[in-house]
Design a protein around this ligand. Structure first.
Ligand code: TRP
Length: 382
């Protein structure tokens, strides 16, 4: 019998009920402490975004030294990415929302990697046309979140390979098959694209240092599932003469159907809000989303509801409650039974509609400059 407590988190598979503290111990990452957040709060000019104040980012590697450097005039750059396999949903915004905020507050360059090769290798059902198509569509959505065209650069793997490859050659020689196998546990049938792939995901960590001919530190906001790649990257960094990338890890946002519902449901598309869902679909999905509410209104008024297990509360938490005051009020009235699930969902639907409308306009604008930030050339021969 499989242990019900068992969970798996790798870049290629996330399953089971994740115990995040145990995961952090397994991975050997550090806890994102209030002290570190206070330092970032100070450097950023006196506040923090919801993703940092509400516990969605909870773990890191080497954030302290990175902030020390920044405070002493050593700037760093941001790096995150997306493996395109379909439309983005709201949880895919977690790394990029944080990057937009950090770019604005600290004036940092941003590098985005769109890995249209990775998901083609990882998922048998996807065609190359699909991964390339979704790569571009996802890129428009990501840029539209508010990245600065002057400070944002994109590696679109199939198109940027000439810019990445000179460094990938060097990275790949240092990562052994047995390390990759130990970290990802590939089956013998795994294709060799996946075995090479970590080299490509590593390259952006070092690329600005290579381009500028000096050491430029890197910070990677990402889901904790991506940590295994960067463990390998960090192990080889110094040997190549580059700084180890620092990381900020987030938890995975739960699906709309609630834990356990995911695998039994015939309709996985209802588990997430896709950015290309029309308003009526958003409304339908949110109306049927799993909550922490009670069976009857009477019970809920009397006993209150449980935000921690609620998929609607998770959405307020990760992005849609704009101020700390609003978020605290939603949480308090949910717990006390004053706020009923139907009303809460109605308010969230309005909020999400507003975001989708603004986002659609920003996305059209981003299309005008997306091509111009795709990096296609190596900075120098290597
Ligand atoms: N592997 C990531 C995914 O499956 C895509 C990715 C590439 C990425 N580079 C990254 C994610 C850097 C986080 C940080 O979506």
């Amino acid at each position: 019998m499989p242990d019900p407590e068992e969970f798996v988190v790798t870049p290629y598979e996330v399953k089971g009920k994740i115990d995040y503290d145990r995961l952090r111990e397994q991975f050997g990452t550090q806890e994102l402490t209030p002290e570190l957040l206070a330092r970032l709060h100070h450097l950023a000019g006196g506040d923090l975004p919801p993703l940092l104040t509400r516990g969605i980012y909870y773990s890191h590697r080497d954030l302290g030294p990175l902030l020390d450097g920044y405070a002493h005039g050593q700037p760093f750059f941001l790096y995150s990415g997306r493996g395109p396999s379909g439309p983005l949903h709201t949880s895919h915004l977690v790394p990029f929302d944080l990057c937009v905020w950090l770019q604005k507050r600290l004036g940092l360059p941003m590098y985005i990697q769109i890995t249209d090769d990775e998901k083609f290798w990882a998922r048998a059902g996807l065609t190359r046309e699909e991964t390339a198509h979704w790569g571009l569509e996802n890129l428009y959505d990501i840029l539209a979140l508010g990245f600065d065209p002057k400070r944002t650069h994109v590696f679109f793997d199939s198109r940027s390979i000439g810019a990445l490859y000179p460094l990938a050659i060097r990275v790949a020689r240092r990562i052994s098959y047995s390390n990759v196998k130990a970290v990802f546990g590939f089956a013998p049938s795994a294709n060799i694209g996946l075995i090479f792939y970590t080299a490509l995901q590593s390259v952006p960590c070092f690329w600005p240092s290579w381009a500028e001919g000096r050491s430029v530190p890197c910070l990677i906001p990402c889901g904790i599932d991506q940590d295994p790649h960067f463990r390998l990257t960090r192990d080889i960094a110094e040997g190549l003469g580059y700084p180890k990338p620092a990381l900020l890890h987030s938890k995975m946002v739960p699906g709309l159907l609630g834990e356990g519902a995911m695998s039994t449901s015939g309709n996985r598309a209802d588990d997430a809000l896709f950015l290309n869902d029309p308003p009526a679909t958003v409304e339908r999905k949110l109306r049927s989303a799993f909550t922490g509410g009670r069976a009857t209104v009477e019970e809920q008024r009397r006993l209150g509801a449980t935000p921690e297990i609620c998929s609607v509360w998770a959405l307020w938490r990760s992005r849609f409650a704009e101020s700390e005051r609003e978020f605290a009020e939603i949480t308090r009235t949910c717990r006390s039974g004053e706020l009923l699930c139907g009303d809460c969902k109605g308010q969230l639907i309005e909020r999400v509609h507003g975001f989708y409308e603004r986002h659609a306009a920003a996305r059209e604008k981003a299309k005008d400059w997306a091509e111009s930030v795709i990096v296609t050339e190596a900075p120098k021969p290597l």
